[in-house]
Design a protein around this ligand. Structure first.
Ligand code: ADP
Length: 333
C-alpha cells in the first residue's frame, strides 16, 4: 500500500492552474479531480488549461468548480485533453505563456505528465520564476525519482487481461504467441505483464534477446511438456519488434502469431490503485505548491509520497530491476 505522508498546510496562493500534457494515462482525471478539490477546499481558485501547453499559449483556460470534476474519477483519458506542443520548445513562447498566466492572476501551475512535460515546466520556472509542480502520469512508469506513475497499473492490468485471453487460444491450438506491449526505452510494462501473466519469456530494451535465445526457452518448455508459449515483447525503438522476432523465429521452425496491444493499453477505466495514487499525488502536489514548494514533482519513494526536485528527475534514466526479469524466468521454467 502507498503511504500518504503529512502534507504541508500553509496556503500562500489564491489562484492556480492545472494541465495534462504528453501521452494520456488512465488516472489523469483522478489527479485533475484531486488538484481541483484539494485547492478549492483550501480556499484557492483552480483553472483548467486545455490541450497541454497549447492551452497556455492560446489562453484556453477555464475556471474549474467542485462540480466541474464530478463523475470523472472512473474515466480513462483526460477531460482537459492533452497534446504535444512543439511551440513550447521555444524560450520566447514559454515567456509569453508565463506572462499570460500572471496577467490572469494565476500564481502556480500543476503539470500532470511525463519527463518531457516536466522538462517544459522546469524551463518555464527557471526562465520566468513562475512556480510549477509535477504529477507523474504515464503508463510507461519510466520517470526517474518515483517508483510508480499514474496509469502504469491500469496498463499492466489491461495487458494481463489480454494475455489471459490469448493463452486460451494459444493452448487450444498449441501455438506460440508474441504479445507486443508498450515501452520504448524501458520494459516496465513488459516485465510486470510477463511476470503477472506467466509468460515463458520477456523481451525488454534493458535485456534484449535474439530469436535463438527465445527458441532455447521455448524448447526447454516443450521438453518438459508445454505445448504453447507466450512471449511478451516491449515495442522497443520501433513499433513492430514482435513482428521482426516472429519472422526470425520461423527459421527455427515456429510459426508464431503476433498480437500487438498498442493503444488499448492507454485507455480504460483506471484501476483502484491508480485512482488512489492519483488522488494522493494530485493532492500532495497541490499542497506543496500552495505552501511555496515548487521546481519538482511529487512521486513515490520507499512506498511513500515524497517531493522530488526536477534535478533528480529530468533526463535521468530509470531502468527496471534485472532481478525481476530473472525471477520471471525462474517462475516460468
Ligand atoms: P511526456 O510528458 O509524456 O514525456 P512529451 O515528451 O511528448 O511527453 O512532452 C510533452 C510536452 O512537453 C511537449 O509536447 C512539449 O510541449 C513539452 N516539452 C517536452 N520537452 C520539452 C523541452 N525540452 N522544452 C520545452 N518543452 C518541452
Amino acid at each position: 500500500m502507498i503511504q500518504l505522508t503529512k502534507l504541508p498546510t500553509k496556503v500562500l496562493y489564491r489562484k492556480i492552474a492545472v494541465l495534462t500534457s504528453g501521452g494520456d494515462a488512465p488516472g489523469m482525471n483522478a489527479a485533475v479531480r484531486a488538484v481541483t478539490r484539494y485547492a478549492i477546499s483550501h480556499g484557492v481558485e483552480v483553472y483548467g488549461v486545455q490541450r497541454g501547453y497549447n492551452g497556455l499559449i492560446d489562453g484556453q483556460v477555464e475556471k474549474l468548480e467542485l462540480s466541474s470534476v464530478a463523475n470523472i474519477i472512473q474515466k480513462g483519458g483526460t477531460v482537459l485533453k492533452t497534446a504535444r506542443c512543439l511551440e513550447f520548445l521555444k524560450k520566447k513562447v514559454r515567456k509569453e505563456a508565463a506572462a499570460l498566466l500572471c496577467r490572469d492572476g494565476i500564481e502556480g501551475l500543476v503539470v500532470i505528465g511525463g519527463d518531457g512535460s516536466f522538462t517544459g515546466a522546469s524551463l518555464l520556472e527557471k526562465e520566468t520564476g513562475f512556480p510549477t509542480i509535477g504529477v507523474p502520469g504515464t503508463i510507461d512508469n519510466d520517470i526517474a525519482g518515483t517508483e510508480d506513475t499514474i496509469g502504469f497499473d491500469t496498463a499492466v492490468n489491461t495487458a494481463i487481461d489480454a494475455i489471459d485471453r490469448i493463452r486460451d487460444t494459444a493452448s487450444s491450438h498449441e501455438r506460440t504467441f508474441l504479445v507486443e506491449v508498450m515501452g520504448r526505452n524501458s520494459g516496465f510494462i513488459a516485465l510486470y505483464t510477463g511476470l503477472g501473466g506467466g509468460a515463458e519469456t520477456i523481451v525488454i530494451p534493458e535485456a534484449p534477446q535474439n530469436a535463438k535465445q527465445i527458441h532455447e526457452t521455448i524448447r526447454r518448455g516443450i521438453d518438459r511438456g508445454k505445448s504453447s508459449s507466450i512471449i511478451v515483447v516491449a515495442e522497443g525503438k520501433t513499433v513492430g519488434n514482435a513482428q521482426i522476432l516472429s519472422k526470425e523465429l520461423k527459421a527455427f521452425g515456429y510459426d508464431p502469431k503476433v498480437c500487438t496491444l498498442g493503444h488499448t493499453q492507454r485507455g480504460g477505466s483506471p484501476t483502484a490503485h491508480d485512482r488512489v495514487l492519483a488522488s494522493y499525488l494530485g493532492s500532495a502536489a497541490t499542497a506543496y505548491l500552495l505552501s511555496g514548494k515548487s521546481n519538482g514533482m511529487l512521486g513515490i519513494q520507499k512506498g511513500a509520497v515524497a517531493f522530488v526536485p526536477y534535478s533528480k528527475v529530468i533526463g535521468k534514466k530509470k531502468i527496471s530491476d534485472p532481478y525481476v526479469l530473472k525471477l520471471a524466468s525462474i517462475l516460468a521454467s
